[in-house]
Write a protein that binds this ligand. Structure first.
Ligand code: NAP
Length: 202
């Protein structure tokens, strides 16, 4: 059994990830901390550091947080770009940059991206761009992580549990059950793969 910090546990993808990780000791965290063990803001270095220091020893970080702004490219402001970049891209990079100092030998990071990086739809340019950046980050930083630490990204299509939120903008896509995303997180945490983008598509 591993000790896993699941960030964004109260969200739709967080709950999906939890379904695949329940055979481990899972410590949960989210922005509000409601219903979770810890409160964390992945947009704040100090908050990330405090989370890792409070939890103490752990074997894995599974992150399911990445706030994205949705708008057509021609209308998208720098503010909207920066909100997405600071959360979905730098927030996740900072979890790894700071977390690698705290995580146990042989530990793992599992990050969240999304299918829109390879299947473009209107309004989703910031999500697509930052998801692609994280997939690239994972493939390349895997060579640099010390002490046998592994890293993968989970790149899912929309899940059934979120179809009411995203279905309208995702015509032509078929949702998958959240438990498929849970299995992907389990492959990342339990397996020996590293530097991989684990795609979950219908
Ligand atoms: N839903 C899908 O079908 C799907 C498919 C592919 C990819 N994704 C990606 O998965 C990610 C999560 O999506 P979701 O649908 O699960 O969103 P969601 O249901 O809105 O959940 C968001 C979660 O993130 C937490 N959170 C928000 N800002 C945070 C911060 N600054 N620091 C720490 N935690 C924070 C929230 O905590 P509180 O509840 O406490 O505010 C909540 O637990 C997004 O990047 C999305 O693009 C989603």
């Amino acid at each position: 059994m591993k000790k896993i910090i699941l960030i964004g546990a109260s969200g739709k993808i967080g709950q999906a990830a939890l379904s695949g990780l329940e055979h481990h000791e899972v410590v949960t965290a989210s922005y509000s901390g409601r219903g979770c063990d810890y409160q964390v803001d992945i947009g704040s270095e100090a908050s990330i550091k405090q989370l890792f220091e409070s939890v103490g020893s752990f074997d894995a970080v599974a992150n399911t947080v990445g706030l994205c702004e949705y708008a057509d490219f021609v209308d998208m402001s720098e503010n909207q770009w920066m909100t997405t970049i600071l959360s979905k891209m730098m927030g996740q990079i900072n979890l790894v940059r700071i977390g690698q100092k705290y995580i146990n030998d042989g530990g793992s990071f599992s990050l969240i991206t999304g299918i829109l990086s390879s299947k473009a739809i209107p309004m989703a340019i910031a999500d697509a761009t930052t998801s692609g950046a994280i997939d690239t980050f994972v493939k390349c930083v895997a060579y640099e992580l010390p002490r046998g630490i592994r890293i993968n990204s989970i790149n899912p299509t929309v899940i059934e549990e979120a179809w009411d939120v995203y279905g309208e903008m995702m015509s032509g896509f078929h949702p998958v059950p959240g438990l498929m995303v849970g299995k992907a997180f389990a492959r990342s945490v339990d397996g020996f793969i590293t530097g991989e983008v684990i795609t979950v598509d219908a």
